[in-house]
Design a protein. Sequence first.
Lengths: 173, 252
Amino acid sequence: MIETVTFEELVDRHQGEIYAYLLRMVRDDGEAQDLCQDVFLRAYRAFGDLEGAPNFRAWLYRIATNLALNAIRHRRSGERVTGALASVGVTSVDDDHAETLGHRELLGRVEEAIGTLPLKQRVAFTQRRFLGLSYAEIAAATGSTEEGARANVYQAVRKLRTQFSAELNEVGI
Amino acid sequence: MKDLSCDEVMERVPALVIGDLTPLEQQEISLHTAICAECAQEIDACCVLSETLDSLAESESIQARAVAALPGLRDRLLAALPGRAAYDRLDSPVGPLWVVVSERGLCRVAFGGTEEETVEWAGRVGMEPVRDPGAVRPYAEELDEYFAGRRRAFDLPVDLSAVSAFARRVLEATARIPFGRLASYRDIARAIGKPGATRAVGNALGDNPVPIIVPCHRIVRSNGAIGGYTGGLDIKWRLLTLEGASLPVGGQ
């Protein structure tokens, strides 16, 4: 049936970025894979009811965001994913960006700090800075306004800047 | 180009780190930092933060893990998708019919009833119901031809995957009874190699998901009584009359 083919195209087009997004959010391959499957199952169920020409990308990010936030909220305290953290980004950045041990450490700590941002800020920041979504897309994906999305992203930056005040000035000199 | 105050420069810091500033807006910051050491230091620090975020964004680890996981993920996802149950309501000489079609073929014909019942049925057999007249139309056309007396057998595929293996054998045997002919429950029991299973055959036919197309209306009692029918005996009589069957004289 036509819808099925189109849905498969949707999977082929967006599964990679949605998976990468979930991986950034939950930082665990197995959990991200389960969530990714759930995202597309939900999308499939709603697919037949979509009308007009929706922005599929923002729509998928919205589903992914809801599921990722649920997963993060339901994760029992003390059951934080460690280990996975060290392997995300930090170990494989190219030499230009990680000349010094200090910079490598900073990368790991900034990444960890992003993981502890308030969820709204973390979602908007990750979508904008790492995935390149527009503010309109972030607003659609998070059910907020463009102004709200922008405010969350900027607030996240201010927090990171404050948190790493000393380190950033040091490296910068 | 505008002369910025220190406060205005600080206001632009998040946009700078995120990469939201236009070249002109960036130049305005440079113009200010050339003459303000304090802001210059702050902007330098923000550039370090921005570079750090670039490093994280370009993380090969995330990309590599995504690329490695994708093929398996795609197969797993497509295998987990529930079948699609395209359904629609048709009008017929024996009243409204709710017809459901899967990717594999016709899987349900219900006499009367409501849309909700059809949707519930799809859920029970693990399918996703979608009202889709286009997918049902070819079946509607064959049914129309049948009711108009222009068709004696149905050609489109039937999907019996939702019924048990036993019931499937009963229905397949029933589907071989020619147009206008009659058979008994016992005939079907014999045909599937279970001569003692007359009652089970009756039950399987009572649950026939695709009446008319699998012609359980052609099954009567071995004593000549018309037997039961899911859609009601009135419909059974009308179908047999339409087919010009020699009706059992024993009546009900």
